[in-house]
Structures are given as structure tokens and as C-alpha cells.
Write a protein that binds this ligand. Structure first.
Ligand code: ATR
Length: 271
């Protein structure tokens, strides 16, 4: 049976095995999918070992996506832009092809699952790490009216805006500079939620009928989902849909079949 795995650290609580097993059952694909604890120090050896053991592909998660991009033989355009690989496909000729499905997963969740229109909207993105880098190119492709990145460390988001300046003009600033501004869609790509925190945003920053999106997901509503609800967002979304959609895209790369994501999202939301 073909073997796949998600690797990262910590990996115990990953939902990926459950998601891929549901995809496999749904589409009649015979495969095995497990979660394997791999740290930065052991990444190189682990990938070589898993390839030798006959694994057909891997999902790569925090904190390994950037190094996996360095190590992959061929990387698609999305992963080169993101400088991160979240999906590896081991080809029969030994090549390890790198992909990044986070951006497309994010976009599908927002625009297809939740029918959120991005064209001509003012969009604010919070954070300037790998999570944000992964969604910038697909977001730019939707032709928003404006794109702003805010980050605690201002130089980091200025650098990121500069890196994507060939695709679009992106404003970059710190949180205090957001005072008095308003946006239609606010996306949280910071790690603040890990400490149950929300970046310091001024009141009234979300326009009426605006949408908040937390790229993180937890069993309980995340701090940023609660923030969105307090700001009367028309939709205060978390990252579960994105997680399932990026997995579906990886599944398609490996198996050439598109699973039904709605069914899986509903199953995972069930109490
Ligand atoms: P990832 O690759 O998962 O995006 P990262 O590269 O460590 O992770 O980036 C984490 C992001 O969350 C950064 O933008 C970070 O801000 P700094 O660049 O200023 O460090 C942001 N972040 C982390 N904790 C935060 C907090 N409590 N409030 C606001 N931003 C936070």
C-alpha cells in the first residue's frame, strides 16, 4: 500500500492523518498516512530514509517548510514565491518535487467555501512570517483594491512587501499606524494565537459587513475569531477550511483525484 506522512514538530495533534484517511476512504484510494515527529536537525536524514522506505510523498509542517524548500529538487512557482514547501512528491526517478498548497487552500476556503469576494476590497494581513508569505501571491491574484501588511517588527513586513513588489504595490506598517484606517477583510497570519493573544488592533478597523480570517484553527474558537465576533464581522472564520483545502490539493498532486472537502470539514467540525 502506498505510504504518505506529515512531518513536523510537534506533530502529535496534527489533523492531517485524519483528513487524508477520510479523503482516501471517500475516493476509494488505498493508502496509509501517518504523522512522524521530525525536527530541523533530523529533517535531511528523515526525508532520505522515508524515500528509501518507499514513501510516495510527505506533507511538511511547522517548523520545516522553509528548509524543505531548500532541499527539494524541483519546486513549483507557488513554493518558490512562498520560499516554503508543504508537500513533497517522491517521483519514481528519485526526484523530490516540492509544492506549496497553502495559498491555494486559503483562497479556496475564503472564496469558494465562504463566497467571499476579494476583488476591489481593502485587505489587511497581520504578520510577516512564513504563513503570510504563502498566501500573498494568490491574494494579489484576486486583484484587491489595496493590500496592507502590518507586523510587530516593521522591517520584516517592509521586506516582505518589497519581495512581492513585482506583483503588486503592498503597504507595510506597524500596528500603531493602523489607527483611523478601515479594511473589508482582515487576515491573521501571526503566531499571537498560540498565546491566546490578538495583535494590537484599533477599534473600528473592520468595516461594516467585513470579514475576519484566522489562519489558525483550534477546537475552541481562537482569540482572533472571538475578536472578529466582537467587531461584528459578517464572517469570523478560522483556518480549519484552509487546512482541509491545502490537504485536498496535496492529495490531488499525489493521487490525481480531488476529494470532497465539504464533507470532511463538516465531519471535523462535529462535536
Ligand atoms: P510562521 O512561519 O508560522 O508565520 P514566524 O515566521 O515565526 O512564523 O512568524 C510569526 C509571526 O507572528 C511574525 O509576524 C511575528 O511578529 P514579529 O515578526 O514581530 O516577531 C508574529 N507574532 C508572534 N507573536 C505575536 C504577538 N504576540 N503579537 C503580534 N504578532 C506576533
Amino acid at each position: 500500500m502506498d505510504k504518505y506522512a506529515v512531518i513536523g514538530s510537534p506533530i502529535k495533534h496534527s489533523l492531517s492523518p485524519e483528513i487524508h484517511r477520510m479523503f482516501a476512504a471517500q475516493t476509494g484510494q488505498e493508502l496509509e498516512y501517518t504523522a512522524i515527529e521530525v525536527t530541523i536537525d533530523t529533517l535531511f536524514d528523515s526525508i532520505n530514509r522515508l524515500a528509501r522506505e518507499g514513501y510516495k510523498g510527505l506533507n511538511i509542517t511547522v517548523p520545516l517548510k522553509g528548509i524543505a524548500w531548500d532541499m527539494a529538487d524541483n519546486c513549483n512557482e507557488a513554493s518558490n514565491r512562498a520560499q516554503a514547501v508543504n508537500t513533497l512528491k517522491f517521483e519514481a526517478d528519485g526526484r523530490r518535487c516540492g509544492f506549496n498548497t497553502d495559498g491555494i487552500g486559503f483562497l479556496r476556503d475564503l472564496t469558494v467555501n465562504h463566497n467571499v469576494e476579494l476583488q476591489d476590497k481593502d485587505i489587511l494581513i497581520l504578520g510577516a512570517g512564513g504563513a503570510v508569505r504563502g498566501i500573498l501571491a494568490p491574494l494579489i491574484g484576486t486583484r484587491p483594491r489595496s493590500l496592507t501588511i502590518a507586523n510587530r517588527t516593521v522591517e520584516k513586513c517592509e521586506l516582505l512587501a518589497e519581495k512581492f513588489s513585482d506583483l503588486a504595490e503592498i503597504a507595510a506598517c506597524g500596528y500603531p499606524a493602523l489607527e483611523g484606517k478601515q479594511f473589508d477583510i482582515i487576515i491573521n497570519g501571526t503566531a499571537a494565537g498560540l498565546h491566546n493573544e490578538v495583535p494590537p488592533l484599533p477599534d473600528n478597523i473592520l468595516r461594516t459587513a467585513g470579514v475576519s480570517y484566522d489562519m489558525m484553527y483550534g477546537k475552541e474558537p481562537t482569540a482572533f475569531v472571538k475578536w472578529g465576533q466582537q467587531q461584528n464581522a459578517a464572517l469570523a472564520l478560522d483556518g480549519l477550511g484552509m487546512l482541509v483545502e491545502q490537504a485536498a490539493e496535496a492529495f490531488k498532486i499525489w493521487r490525481n483525484v480531488s476529494p470532497n472537502t465539504a464533507e470532511v470539514i463538516t465531519a471535523l467540525r462535529a462535536p
